[in-house]
Design a protein around this ligand. Structure first.
Ligand SMILES: *[C@@H]1O[C@H](CO)[C@@H](O)[C@H](O)[C@H]1NC(C)=O
Ligand SMILES: *[C@@H]1O[C@H](CO)[C@@H](O)[C@H](O)[C@H]1NC(C)=O
Ligand SMILES: *[C@@H]1O[C@H](CO)[C@@H](O)[C@H](O)[C@H]1NC(C)=O
Ligand SMILES: *[C@@H]1O[C@H](CO)[C@@H](O)[C@H](O)[C@H]1NC(C)=O
Length: 205
């Protein structure tokens, strides 16, 4: 009997299963953001859902992930000095005519009734230091982690985004997510004097 070397079998299997090419890393002044949870988690259904806004009041929306949504378009804003000192902000245009809104992380004294620090999109300046990493295009804030919970907001359940410090724990039932910036070409046609190119993922062709 002829025995196949295990490696031969692996190579044969790899050739038989077409695997999608990994995304490439690129640069763009504008990007959308999506959630990348670990695949085994019950909330992994939000994989690739886009960062959208959930209207709360005239000048404030909650950051949520929605299915069937192209999501908001974001850009990094600041001077070179602000980017190096990690005091630049993440903005998105809202309203008509478009007006800059900033991504804000609730402060340590602004936690919700469950002790969580929510993330909002609000008129005006966002939280300093919410930035896109030079590589490979993930959004970070200080040394903490982003997580998503199926939270009950004003109009019902939503997959809401929260942030915690490195030493805090992700609440039960919620999932840690990596926030990935995906390049958007064109950028919505709005000029941003202090916008700068960000690293972002681009689907392989
Ligand atoms: C996220 O947005 C992109 C385009 O901006 C779209 O192709 C994709 O289908 C969206 N994802 C979901 C889950 O709606
Ligand atoms: C998303 O779109 C698909 C196809 O149009 C639809 O079947 C599904 O119900 C939609 N999901 C939500 C949550 O709207
Ligand atoms: C963008 O950055 C510039 C330079 O710091 C600042 O003057 C401007 O207010 C920022 N815009 C927003 C919307 O945060
Ligand atoms: C969130 O919870 C509601 C019930 O509270 C449920 O209907 C919905 O399917 C959940 N969403 C996800 C994405 O698990």
């Amino acid at each position: 009997m002829h025995l196949l070397h295990p490696l031969t079998i692996i190579i044969a299997l790899a050739a038989a299963i077409p695997s999608p090419s990994p995304p490439s890393i690129s640069k763009s002044p504008a990007f959308r953001i999506n959630a990348n949870p670990p695949p085994s988690h019950p909330l992994s259904t939000i994989q690739n859902w886009n960062f959208s806004s959930y209207h709360i009041s005239a000048c404030s929306s909650r950051a949520v992930f929605s299915p069937n949504s192209t999501g908001r378009t974001f850009y990094a804003n600041g001077t070179d000095a602000e980017f190096s000192s990690r005091t630049a902000t993440l903005n998105t245009d809202g309203g008509t005519p478009p007006w800059p809104w900033g991504v804000s992380v609730a402060g340590p004294d602004e936690v919700d009734e469950e002790g969580r620090r929510s993330v909002s999109i609000a008129c005006g300046r966002g939280t300093e230091g919410v930035q896109v990493a030079e590589w490979p295009g993930t959004v970070y804030y200080e040394t903490g982690s982003w997580y998503v919970c199926n939270a009950t907001l004003v109009y019902g359940p939503a997959m809401a985004l929260f942030w915690r410090t490195k030493v805090e724990r992700t609440p039960e039932g919620c999932v840690n997510v990596e926030l990935q910036a995906w390049c958007v070409d064109g950028g919505g046609g709005v000029e941003h004097a202090f916008g700068r190119e960000s690293t972002c993922y681009r689907a392989a062709l």
